[in-house]
Write a protein that binds this ligand. Structure first.
Ligand code: FE2
Length: 277
């Protein structure tokens, strides 16, 4: 795939050419992925179409989709979303490359699609880039790995370290305000590889996501790509990790837990539709 250098940008960002995607043919509706199975690739337009259908099915049945969703409705939706994300991550030919913009200083969020029901976002992480501990408001958060290896660490609220009997505290933190003092501790670490799918909501806890690839490992991946064994037939070169996140409903405000203090921010985008904003 040709690369277009966008002149006039003040930070030297290289935007991958956003050419028209290949035509959609057969939608693999029974898309159960696995390295042992050979199946047609799920293209990102097909993924979006299937996601919209899954969300519409629950809405048409009268269910509200958020982290307080009816359990049976959520189980149906969750099963389909996990299946689709896994299928996409393990069968696609790299049609997400056009969305995958990196930044040397911090991880970045590249919007694929936003609608009333969900946001689909490609996040790009260079080695060592890690998010801060954060919540997900009232949303579901699914994520899968498209490239590289990632680590998710979940956190729970705890009593102050000096408390006589420090213990993990419950609650979803919905009553926490910026400036509040909140102590957290890591309770679960999950390493994620291409095609693994994770899920978190405020009912489960807080989390960080990060890319911990070493320079040596990255050099090995880049050599593999140069030898033509990477994902996709274009000029993609691994730079760290790439994750695909699905938030439903779209998240407008997130809480950050840093230095035992809560703050709040509005998440932004580094690019939309493959174009730097
Ligand atoms: Fe998150």
């Amino acid at each position: 795939m040709p690369v277009t250098h966008i002149s006039g940008t003040d930070d030297g960002v290289v935007v991958v050419d956003c050419k028209a995607p290949p035509p959609i043919d057969v939608i693999p509706r029974s898309c159960y992925s696995g390295p042992e199975k050979s199946q047609p690739p799920l293209l990102i337009e097909q993924l979006l179409s299937e996601l919209r259908a899954a969300f519409n099915a629950e809405k048409d049945a009268g269910y509200v989709i958020d982290n307080n969703q009816d359990p049976a409705s959520f189980n149906r939706l969750n099963q389909r979303v996990v299946e689709l994300l896994k299928c996409y991550a393990t069968t696609n030919r790299g049609d997400w490359h056009r969305f995958a913009l990196f930044n040397d200083l911090h991880y970045v969020r590249n919007l694929v699609e936003a609608n009333d029901d969900f946001e689909l976002i490609v996040l790009c992480w260079k080695g060592g880039q890690v998010s801060r501990v954060h919540n997900h408001a009232t949303s579901h958060c699914w994520l899968t790995v498209l490239d590289g290896e990632m680590r998710e660490v979940q956190y729970q609220r705890t009593d102050p370290p000096a408390a006589a009997a420090s213990a993990v505290r419950g609650g979803d933190g919905s009553d926490e305000k910026p400036g509040d003092t909140v102590y957290v501790e890591a309770t679960r670490t999950t390493d994620l590889r291409i095609g693994d799918v994770g899920y978190v909501s405020d009912h489960l806890g807080l989390h960080t996501v990060g890319c911990h690839v070493s320079p040596e490992q990255l050099a090995e991946w880049q050599q593999t790509a140069r030898n033509g064994f990477g994902s996709g037939a274009d000029s993609w070169q691994p730079e760290g990790g790439v994750t695909l996140h699905l938030y439903s409903p779209p998240i407008r405000r997130v809480k950050i837990y840093e230095d035992n203090t809560v703050s709040e921010r509005t998440p932004g985008f580094y690019s939309r539709g493959g174009v730097r904003v």
